[in-house]
Design a protein around this ligand. Structure first.
Ligand code: GLN
Ligand code: ZN
Length: 766
């Protein structure tokens, strides 16, 4: 039984990679220094994994920015404006590489970065490959081969180069023009994959891992054909000289298993964390074959200790059917999605820490499972005891909140008192807003002054009182600015929040923040997701003080600002000892109390942001219904406690609504503000085709770019919207929060926005 790993975090224990890249971009170190730091991280990672007893050790899982971009670079998929750019030094390919990831703004040149999007349903972002018609693939960059030479010198165990498989790679990309289908490029790409694998064989590789997470998706006919075609050739050409491992992860593979029927691979990896039930189906399929089954049994997307009793059952069963020689064990996916090493956490209570496991510990867990299979039952017992003991911790269980949830009938608490049509009349009468009311999404520029103020409080360099006084100044300032711009519904600016989830998790009971639990989000950007370990409750008001202060300082309506339960869940590590919807309802309940408290304090408009609602969507469509079942309930539980007169807003910032519009409508928010300006309002069709019944604020100003939109441009967008929806239902706003923008851009853009709204109102009166 071999133990292996699909990939290890590459940021370094002290985020060395982040610092090195940023120093390189700022010309503080040269590329040799950068490469040395990369080399150092790789060697440490390999050594740790070897020391922990892995039999196959991944290489080429390291990346200076993103492993999908690495694939594009390896395969020569480089749009020509980067390739032909005169200011990039061609003797230094890393500059070309970074220019694709980050764009170039130098010497009057302004080339945009390539598009970035989320890696399946995780919070990791990758650079989207961009293909042209008849794309030619060729080996452009030798990183994978160099890394293989490097690992050979470093470790005695078997290295296993990792590549994104050809079908998933094509799937993750996009066509530069809609004149062809990227799956048709399979014939061009396969010979290069064969060439790469043969080169690795020549270098001495015995194993290769081809990641095909698309096997967990609902596949189209084109994708199916591409898979069959591609792997027939790859295996025919290579299987006699190398062990090919195909991995699937993030969802179950059972419906696509037949694709592996006639191809000669050595091993198949499945994700038993996301879907343990697929094991029987897969075992049944593999029984008569020779293929090794790799069990993805350790959770690579969460930070809890493995339950050995449970895992051993699965392993035992597999051994019984396939024989020990045909079993491998591994984490379900790359460990990229979890922090590096729990040993660096010193402030976590032992009851919780004893339940936790980061990347380094997960590798140890594989070794433990192996030793248990070999007869060491002590390890099993020890794991059982620890988990039993921590299960009972008072930190995790809060009977009061459990009873509260138990005693409320969720279904009876997720409805507003009256329907939107009745609420709308009361709200309009109370608010007396003009038609096409203007507002923003919540945050205003986070200047270094504000960041340093928060930091000073955190390290206790200033007192709470000093902090509060400073914060008040910022809030009053942002109110005056909004009044001057003449916005209709104001916000307090969110200056007290560094992150929209972390802010709440620090206030809620049952959550904690780590000291060093960094996870790569994209490129050099890392996030530190909160950990939801226990029953969630609200210790008291979280936002009321500041929203109220803001409302007292203006005659205009002040919008309260909260993060919704689904987004808090999705951007955290969540306890796995109870169903997810249970935790969702607990968070929802806490937000519900905050909503009530805001209303009681006199706030009339409350926004509950749910930008993560869509990314939480399961990969397979058949699972959507049950996901929406609890996520919509959670949102409604949080939002429906208010009286008719109080207006609930929600905000989402992604641009694909077509297939989920009815669910969005089910949230029954009075107003939804969404991102639309980048798609020039095209996605609004989803809303208008569906006759979206409630009010809607399609973003008319793209905040993702420093460009200042002109009055005319915004006016055109507004008029487009007014053709699609009843005028009384339309709000005018930017498409997301403004915290990443600069003040001078924001002021000018918002002035143009309010001017455009004014002109539109006058035109519509005529
Ligand atoms: N209210 C948040 C803000 O304005 C919303 C952020 C988001 O949509 N991601 O920053
Ligand atoms: Zn947004």
């Amino acid at each position: 039984m071999l133990k292996h790993n699909l990939g290890y975090p590459r940021i370094g224990i002290k985020r060395e990679l982040k610092k090195a890249c940023e120093n390189y971009w700022n010309n503080k170190i040269d590329c040799k220094q950068l490469f040395d730091i990369g080399k150092n991280i790789r060697q440490k990672n390999w050594n740790i994994q070897e020391k922990c007893g892995l039999d196959l050790i991944p290489c080429n899982d390291f990346s200076f920015y993103d492993h999908v971009l690495d694939m594009s670079f390896l395969l020569g998929v480089i749009p020509k404006w980067y390739l032909e750019n005169p200011i990039i030094h061609h003797n230094n390919k890393i500059d070309l590489y970074f220019s694709m990831a980050r764009g170039i703004q130098k010497n009057g040149l302004d080339i945009k970065a390539m598009e970035m999007t989320k890696w399946f349903n995780t919070n990791y972002h990758y650079i989207v490959p961009e293909f042209k018609k008849n794309q030619n693939f060729f080996i452009f960059y030798k990183k994978i081969f160099n890394e293989f030479e490097e690992i050979k010198k470093n470790i005695k165990k078997q290295p296993k180069p990792v590549l994104i498989g050809p079908v998933s790679y094509l799937f993750l990309g996009k066509e530069n023009k809609k004149t062809f289908h990227r799956m048709d490029l399979i014939e061009n790409i396969i010979p290069i994959y064969v060439k790469i694998i043969k080169k690795l064989i020549f270098q001495g590789a015995k194993w290769i891992q081809l990641d095909e997470p698309i096997l967990g998706l609902d596949l189209s006919q084109k994708e199916i054909e591409a898979f069959q075609y591609g792997y027939k050739i790859i295996t025919q050409e290579c299987s006699s000289n190398i062990n090919i491992l195909i991995t699937s992860y993030f969802d179950d593979i059972s419906e696509n298993l037949y694709l592996l029927k006639d191809i000669d691979i050595k091993a198949l990896h499945i994700d038993l964390i996301e879907d343990p039930d697929q094991l029987d189906i897969v075992l049944n399929f593999l029984k008569e074959k020779k293929i090794i089954l790799s069990l993805g049994i350790i959770d690579g997307r969460n930070i809890w200790k493995n339950n050995y009793v449970y895992s051993i059952k699965k392993i035992d069963k597999t051994i019984k059917i396939l024989g020990e020689q045909r079993v491998m064990i591994a984490p379900n996916c790359s460990l990229l999605h979890v922090p590096l090493d729990l040993n660096y956490e010193i402030n976590i209570h032992k009851d919780i820490k004893n339940k936790m496991s980061f990347a380094r510990q997960k590798i140890d867990e594989l070794n433990d499972l192996y030793n248990i299979i070999k007869g060491n039952k002590n390890i099993l017992l020890k794991n059982f005891k620890i988990l039993e003991k921590t299960k009972k911790s008072f930190l995790i269980h809060d009977k009061k909140i459990q009873d509260k949830i138990k005693n409320i009938d969720i279904n009876n608490n997720i409805k507003r008192k009256n329907s939107f049509n009745i609420r709308k009349i009361k709200q309009h009468k109370n608010f007396q807003l003009p038609i096409l009311p203007t507002t923003t999404i919540g945050s205003f520029p986070q200047t270094s002054e504000i960041r340093s103020l928060r930091k000073k409080l955190k390290i206790k360099k200033i007192s709470q009182k000093e902090y509060d006084n400073q914060l008040k100044k910022f809030i009053i300032d942002v109110i005056r600015k909004q009044e001057k711009i003449n916005l209709d519904v104001l916000v307090h600016g969110e200056f007290e929040r560094n992150d929209m989830v972390e802010f709440f998790s620090e206030k809620l009971k049952g959550c904690l923040s780590t000291d060093n639990g960094w996870v790569q989000s994209y490129g050099s950007r890392c996030v530190k997701p909160p950990i939801i370990y226990g029953d969630i409750s609200r210790n008291g008001d979280m936002t009321v003080q500041w929203i109220n202060f803001a409302q007292k300082n203006t005659k205009k309506l002040m919008k309260g600002m909260l993060t919704g339960p689904v987004t808090i869940l999705k951007w955290s590590f969540v306890r796995d000892d109870q169903p997810i919807y249970h935790t969702a309802y607990q968070i929802a309940f806490a937000i519900r109390e905050e909503v009530k408290s805001l209303e009681n304090s006199g706030i009339k408009i409350i926004q509950i942001d749910e930008p993560a609602l869509r990314e939480g969507l399961p990969l397979k469509r058949k699972k959507w219904k049950s996901y929406f079942n609890w996520s919509i309930k959670a949102f409604r539980l949080a939002s429906s406690i208010v009286k008719d007169e109080t207006q609930i807003h929600t905000h989402m910032c992604y641009s694909e609504f077509n297939d989920i519009i009815e669910y969005i409508s089910d949230l029954d928010a009075d107003v939804i503000t969404i991102e639309t300006s980048r798609s020039k309002m095209e996605l609004l069709n989803a809303f208008s085709d569906f006759s979206y019944p409630n009010e809607i604020g399609p973003g008319v100003y793209d905040i993702h770019s420093p460009r200042i939109p002109s009055v005319k441009e915004i006016l055109d967008l507004i008029l487009k919207v007014t053709n699609k929806f009843p005028i009384r239902n339309i709000w005018i706003n930017p498409d997301c929060g403004l915290k990443t923008r600069k003040w001078n851009e924001v002021i000018k853009s918002l002035i143009n926005m309010t001017k455009a709204a004014k002109i539109a109102r006058e035109q519509l009166k005529k």
